[in-house]
Design a binder for this molecule. Sequence first.
Ligand code: GLN
Length: 198
Amino acid sequence: MSGGPVGPGVRAGVLALQGDFEAHATVLASVGAEPSEVRVPADLLGIDALVVPGGESTTMMLGVEREGLAGPMRDFHASGRPIFGTCAGMIILDREHLGLLDVVTRRNAFGRQVHSFESDVDMGLEGGPLRAVFIRAPWVEEAGPGVEVLAEVDGHPVAVREGSITAIAFHPELEGDDRLHRDFVEEAARAKAGASGR
Ligand code: GLN
């Protein structure tokens, strides 16, 4: 599913310490944003939005600590620029890790046997439900009052939103459906226009 470019001039960073950051960068470029890899704090300076990809949350969190990225990522969030966390990215944004998103996630929540599955997820997007790919996915176990649940699978939240953070348990970069990346880049363009108008 695709349309015209939505994000001319939007610089979208992807945390590139571990995991499938390249696939996100490809989709971001295809919707018209300028992707860049974020590995050290200085990489956060020139970007308008940040994707925290799927991968392995423990390894990714070790990288965040090693590179001294936790504080700069909190500052980035405080500046109002949008963040999109997917799968392991949702885990490391939670209360027990970076503490940017007021949820507790449960890792590998769908069970050890169920490493990977697909499911239609209805997030109320134009064009209908998304065919979502879940790979050893987490779900949201607990959410604070400011967190909006956007979609559930088997009664468990798999897509949430709080302020400028959207977090999902699945892998939109592997689906050939770019609607969530488009929405994210559009949000970044609006945030950027709002910030420069201040
Ligand atoms: N199971 C992984 C973790 O706990 C997340 C899997 C993924 O990002 N696809 O970190």
